[in-house]
Write a protein that binds this ligand. Sequence first.
Ligand code: FAD
Ligand code: DLZ
Ligand code: SF4
Length: 532
Amino acid sequence: MSKPLLLVLGDQLSLSLITLQEAPDNAVVALCEVAEEARYVPHHIHKIGLFLAAMRHFAQALREKGFQVHYSTLDDADNTHSIITEAERIARLYGCNEIRAARPGEWRLWRAMQQRDNPALPWRLLEDERFFTTPDDFSRWANGRKQLRLEYFYREQRKRTGLLMEGDEPAGGKWNFDHDNRQPIKAALEFPDLPHHHHDTLTKAALADAERHFSDHMGSVDNFNLPVTRRQALVDLHHFIDHGLANFGRYQDAISDSAPYLYHSRLSAALNIGLLSPHEVCEAAEQRYYNGDVPINAAEGFIRQVLGWREYVRGLYWTQMPRYKRANQLGFERDLPAFYWNADTDMRCLQRAIQMTIDNSYAHHIQRLMVTGNFALLCGVKPEALCDWYLAVYADASEWVELPNTLGMVLHADGGLMGSKPYCASGKYIDKMSDHCQHCRYSPKQVTGSNACPFNSLYWHFLETHADPLNNNPRMKLIYGSLNRMADEKRHAIRQQAEHFLNQLQTSPGYGKPCHTAGYAQPTSKANKESR
Ligand code: FAD
Ligand code: DLZ
Ligand code: SF4
C-alpha cells in the first residue's frame, strides 16, 4: 500500500496545494527548515524570519486540520540541512514509500528532485496549480510566436479568466491604462500607514532563531512587519484594497525619498509563499471597480501586474530554463558595486533605495527597475552577480520571478525576449519621477564635471558601448540619432567622465567578501549593522 510523504516547501504554504488536496489518510506531511535554503544566497534576515515564522504557523494550522506533520527545525540534531536529503530521511523515519512534491519555485530544486533515482523511494512530482496558468499553458501560448510580448499574453489571460471583461470587450473600453499611470511624486501626497502585525510566541521564536543562526546576513529583525499567517495576509490585502488601490495606478511609477511603499500593495511576499492566492487578490480589486470605489486605471493596473506580469515571468522562467540563466547578450563582466550591500554611496537615489532594502527587505518595482537595476545596467554588472543580489535581499524573491525581471527586464541579457528595449535612463528620468535629486550632492542637469549626476555620462557611455546591437532596435532610433549628432568633443568628454567613474567604482563579489578595488575595506556585516 502506498504511504506518501508530502513535502511542503517554504513557498507552498497554501491549504489548496495539490499535494495536500490529494492527501490520503495515511500521509505524513513534512516541512523542513534547512540551512542550505537560507545560505545558497545570503538572504536578508527578514526573508529568513518570514519563512521560518510562516512555516511554523502553517505546520500548526495543518495539525489543527488533522494532518500528521513532521516539522524539522534548524536546531534538530539529526537535520541534514538540505531539502532533498531531509525529505528522504523523514520518509524513511515514517516508513513512507513515496515522496510527493508540487513543482518548487526554483529550477535547481526541481532538477534535483527529478534526478533522484531510488526505486525504493521514488519522487512523484505534481504540477503546482495555484497560479492562473501552468508552464504547459504558457508553452502552448508561446508556441510559434516570434515575440513573447506581455501585452498579448495578458489579453489572452483577461479573456480566459473573464477578469475586467464585459462580454468580449475589456472593461472601460481599453486593455491597458498605462498611459494614465505615470504621475511623478508630489509634495502633498499622503500614503496609507501599514497595518502592524502582532508577533505571537511562534513568530518571536522564529525571528530570534533567524537572527541567532544568520546574524551575518543583511538586516535586523527589529522592524520586521511581514504577514506570517493567512489571517495577517488577509489584513494586508483588505488594507491595500481599502486604502492603496484607488491611487495605485496613478502613482505606480513614482519614487519617494522618504516613503518606501507609496500606494503599492506590498502583497508580493504573501502571494509568493502561498498565504494569498493570485485569484483572490485580482477578484478583490475587480470587485472594487464594479462597486464604483476605484477608477479603472487603478484596478486594471493592479490586475495587469498579477494576472499579466506575474504569470508571464513564471511562464518564461519555466519554458526558458536552464539556458535562460546563462544568457548575457551584452557581455557584462563587472562584479556588483560594493555599496549594494551597505548603501554607502553619495548618489541619493541609490542610497535611499538600498537603505530601504536593508531596512525592510522591500523596494517597489520602480526602485528595483529604474534605480538599482538601471545603474547596474549602465555599469554592465554581470547577470549572476545582480541576480544573486536581488534573490538575497528581497523577502518576495524566488528565482521564478526574480530571474526574468533581473536578467530579462533589467539587464536585457536575454536579447530582447522579455523586453523590446533596455530600460536604460539618465538622471533626468529619476529627477522627473522622484524627489531624490533635490537632496543629492549631484546635479541631474549636468553631464560632465565634478557635480554631474553619474547616471548621465553612464547613460551615453552605455549607448555608445552597446551601439551594436542596440542601434538596430527601432525603438532606440531616436536616441541613437541624438548620440550621432553629438559633437565629437562633447562625446569624448562624456566618455572620459563615465570611464573615470567606472574605474574608481568599488565592487564586491559578495556580501562580506573583500572588494576588488585596492585600498578599500568593505565594512563587515556586523559593523554595518552597528552603524545603522
Ligand atoms: P505592487 O506594485 O503592489 O504590484 C502588485 C503585485 O503584482 C505584486 O505583489 C506582484 O505579485 C505582482 N508584480 C508586479 N510587478 C511584477 C513583475 N514585474 N513581475 C512579477 N510580478 C509582478 N517580484 C517578486 O515577487 N519577486 C521577486 O523576486 C522580484 N524580483 C524583481 C527584480 C527586479 C530587478 C525587478 C525590476 C522586479 C522584481 N519583482 C519581483 C517585481 C516587482 O518589483 C515586485 O513584485 C513588487 O515590487 C512587489 O511589491 P508589491 O507587492 O508592493 O507590488
Ligand atoms: C527561502 C527559504 C528559506 C530561507 N528557508 C527555507 C527552509 O528552511 N525550508 C524550505 O522549505 N524553504 C525555505 N525557503 C524557500 C525555498 O528556498 C524555496 O521553497 C525554494 O527555493 C523553492 O521555491
Ligand atoms: Fe540620483 Fe543623479 Fe538624482 Fe543624485 S542627481 S539623486 S545620483 S539621479
